[in-house]
Design a protein around this ligand. Structure first.
Ligand code: GDP
Ligand code: MG
Length: 186
């Protein structure tokens, strides 16, 4: 039994550090799955219909036990890297997507890689780039070998992964978390 004044107990949990932020821009040809990957990462679901007007999304993530606010800008350039100023200065990291079943989308990546590396040259930090082959579930229709993807990545000194926006969530999340890790390493 407690008598007298009620004990007041204020427990306020203040994070030691404000979560840092990581801005990630998704680039690549139309139809390569940029929006599907973004939506998958943010909702854990594959959604083929999405709001094309929504452009930048945020998600509070924990990467290697450290909180981080991940902001994802899902772009929709019609003809390669035009109006890049919009995102080049904003980005901490880039994910350049192609579809493994579409050679043209792979060829478009080179333009994005060139635009991004040209921009980052001389900047500190340079901003990590991930080349990402999407739609591995379409293996039967593959037009771009894994070796071709790896070779292009090597040429531009970036990371390379293959994934599918309609398979498991964790492998998609892993790509975004890898981008965060690379930004932290800089
Ligand atoms: P974006 O133009 O790069 O944003 O591409 P979308 O995300 O709109 O995807 C283009 C089309 O490819 C849509 O019909 C998606 O449903 C489909 N798609 C996206 N990712 C995948 C994937 O990993 N596998 C398959 N089979 N289809 C996908
Ligand atoms: Mg899109």
């Amino acid at each position: 039994l407690m008598f007298g004044k009620a004990r007041t107990c204020n427990i306020v949990t203040v994070p030691e550090h404000e979560p840092s932020e990581c801005n990630i821009v998704i680039l690549g040809a139309n139809g390569s799955g940029k929006s599907a990957l973004t939506v998958k990462f943010l909702t854990k679901r594959f959604i083929s219909e999405y709001d094309p007007n929504l452009d930048t999304y945020s998600s509070e993530e924990v990467v290697d036990q450290q909180p981080v606010l991940v902001k994802v800008m899902d772009t929709a350039d019609q003809d390669g890297p035009v109006n890049c100023e919009r995102y080049l200065g904003w980005a901490n990291a880039f994910i350049i997507v192609y579809s493994i079943d579409n050679r043209t989308s792979f060829e478009a990546c080179q333009q994005y890689l060139e635009a991004v590396t040209l921009y980052s040259k001389g900047l500190q930090p340079e901003g990590p780039v991930i080349l990402l082959g999407n739609k591995v579930d379409m293996e039967r229709y593959r037009q771009v070998s894994k070796a071709d993807g790896a070779a292009l990545a090597l040429r531009f000194g970036c990371l390379f992964f293959e994934v599918s926006a309609c398979l498991d969530f964790l492998s998609v999340q892993q790509i975004f978390h890898e981008a965060v890790r690379e930004v932290r390493r800089e």
